[in-house]
Every structure is written in structure tokens, then in C-alpha cells.
Design a protein around this ligand. Structure first.
Ligand code: G1P
Length: 295
């Protein structure tokens, strides 16, 4: 059992983003903005707010824009300074000075989430760590990653974030077979199943994009055969881990925004736009007018 402090995060960002073609032909899907901020920046900010110190982003071909985004841009900064745009300058420099260390590695072939996470083995170096998927933006008073870290302080065990989803959607997710509650938000788990058929799903509790894992997952990933879709599935490795050490499921009670599909992306953009100081008033007026027209 590993009782080290959790201070590392892995963000897989090597996916091809085919759901957003043609926008993602040359642009990483992680760079698609919600109002004015790339989705991956929300994830990095959640890690930072949770107290994570080191982040490994697993990228692939065509993903250079992600590294550039978190790097400085001297030409742009000089221009903003010269033209007196001090707020924008602060905003731009803030992205470079987030106060977390960013590292990058590449996944050479899209061989599955399990394979992407396996790339993090030497970065993780035997410590417990979190995995944060970029398709899910989470809103809650305490960031979900921090909630998992708080659980870990009590249990010293791997903990996977789950949420109840409509039954007809279960086959889009990893799903858990719960095995009794430990407390109000924590379940023991019998099995983890990747994307089960609707009639075979053991529950409606779906794995959402935050995981806290002990480093033993790497030995298991090394042995995990391709599963669903011919890819090495993280869910399969977690199911195996659960056979040798406890793996809990943490039920998230906040708001999850799935920005990995067009519909969810548009809804999230509207909701965030209704909270953004520059857009909220006019957007609200526009939506009210549009709603009248539509009804
Ligand atoms: C991945 C995981 C799945 C999980 C989902 C959450 O699937 O394999 O278990 O439920 O993320 O978003 P993907 O959406 O990459 O197909």
C-alpha cells in the first residue's frame, strides 16, 4: 500500500478529435475554446487548484499548439505592453506563470487510453497520481480532483470518479458494479466494465474523467491486452487492480460538462458565456429573444 502524497497528474491529449472534424484537422481538440479559454486550460487550472505540482500531458502528432499555449509569447507580450493592454498582458502571462510544472511526452500511435497512461510510468515514478481527461469540465466548490485526493488521505487506495448517467447512455462509458457504500459518496466496487451493452450494464454509475491511481496500475497496464475497440483500456486495468487492492468509486455531486461532443460543447459554451463578465448581459438578452422566436 502506498501512502505518499498525491502531487502528480497525467492529462492524456493524444486523441484525434474526430468528433469535431473539420475543426480538428490541424487544431488539437484540447485547444477548442469555451468562450475564450481552451478546454485544456480548465483542466490544468483544476489540477493547480487541487494542489497538483507536476503535470504530464501525453500528446501526439499535430499537438504543438498545446505546448505553445502554455509557453510565453514574447512578441505578443511586447505588443500588449506597448499598446497599454495591461489586463490582456496579465492574462497572457498568467498562463505561463501558473505555478505548476508542465511536462510533455508523445503517444506514437492511438492505441487507447490505457496505452496513453502507460507512457507516464517513469514520470509517475512509483507515486500515487491522478488522471484527468480533457473532455470533462467539472464544477463544484471543491475541485473533483481535490475530492479524490481527500479520499486518498483517508483510504490510501485508488479512487475513480463516477456519476449516474441516463440508462440509455451507459454504453458510452466505463461502468461500475457497486458493492455497497463506504460512506455518503464512496462505494466499494465489484467490477469495472468498459462500455457495456445497455442490457449488460451492471449499473448506471459511469466513470467520468477523473481517476486517482496507485502506481501498481503500471505493472498491470504492461500486461493488459487490447479490449473494447481493439485498444488497451484503462478501465480493464483498473478492474484487474481491484482484484489485488481496494479500488473505490467516488460519486461526484457537482456539475459535469461533457465538452467531448458537439451538443455538450455548445451547451457548455452557452452556460459559461452566461457567466463571463464580457458576454453575460448581451448573451442573456439574445437567448431570451431567441427562445421567444423558437417557441
Ligand atoms: C473514456 C474511458 C471511459 C470513461 C470516459 C469518460 O472513454 O475509456 O471508461 O467512462 O472516458 O469520459 P472515451 O470517452 O475516451 O471513449
Amino acid at each position: 500500500m502506498d501512502t505518499k502524497r498525491v502531487r502528480k497528474a497525467v492529462i492524456p491529449a493524444a486523441g484525434l478529435g474526430t468528433r469535431f472534424l473539420p475543426a480538428t484537422k490541424a487544431l488539437p481538440k484540447e485547444m477548442l475554446p469555451i468562450v475564450d479559454k481552451p478546454t485544456i486550460q480548465f483542466i490544468v487550472e483544476e489540477a493547480k487548484k487541487s494542489g497538483i505540482e507536476d503535470i504530464l500531458i501525453v500528446t501526439g502528432k499535430n499537438k504543438r499548439a498545446i505546448e505553445n499555449h502554455f509557453d510565453s509569447n514574447p512578441e505578443l507580450e511586447q505588443d500588449l505592453e506597448k499598446t497599454g493592454k495591461s489586463e490582456l498582458l496579465k492574462l497572457t502571462q498568467g498562463i505561463t506563470d501558473l505555478g505548476v510544472n508542465l511536462y510533455y511526452t508523445r503517444q506514437p500511435h492511438p492505441a487507447g487510453l490505457g496505452d496513453a497512461i502507460y507512457r507516464a510510468k517513469s514520470f509517475v515514478a512509483g507515486e500515487p497520481f491522478v488522471v484527468m481527461l480533457g473532455d470533462d469540465l467539472m464544477d463544484d466548490k471543491i475541485p473533483l480532483t481535490k475530492q479524490l485526493m481527500n479520499d486518498y488521505e483517508q483510504t490510501h487506495a485508488s479512487t475513480i470518479a463516477v456519476m449516474k448517467v441516463p440508462h440509455k447512455e451507459v454504453s458510452k462509458y466505463g461502468v461500475i458494479a457497486p458493492d455497497g457504500k463506504v460512506n455518503d459518496s464512496l462505494y466499494n466496487v465489484k467490477n469495472f466494465v468498459e462500455k457495456p451493452a445497455i442490457d449488460k450494464a451492471p449499473s448506471d454509475l459511469a466513470i467520468i474523467g477523473r481517476y486517482l491511481l496507485t502506481p501498481e496500475i503500471f505493472d498491470i497496464l504492461a500486461e493488459t491486452k487490447p479490449g473494447r475497440g481493439g485498444e488497451v483500456q484503462l478501465t480493464d486495468a483498473i478492474d484487474t487492480l481491484n482484484k489485488t487492492q481496494r479500488v473505490f468509486a467516488h460519486v461526484f455531486k457537482g456539475k459535469r460538462h461533457d465538452v467531448g461532443n458537439k451538443e455538450g460543447y455548445l451547451e457548455t459554451s452557452i452556460e459559461y458565456g452566461l457567466n463571463h463578465p464580457e458576454t453575460k448581459d448581451d448573451l442573456r438578452k439574445y437567448i431570451l429573444k431567441l427562445a421567444q422566436k423558437l417557441s
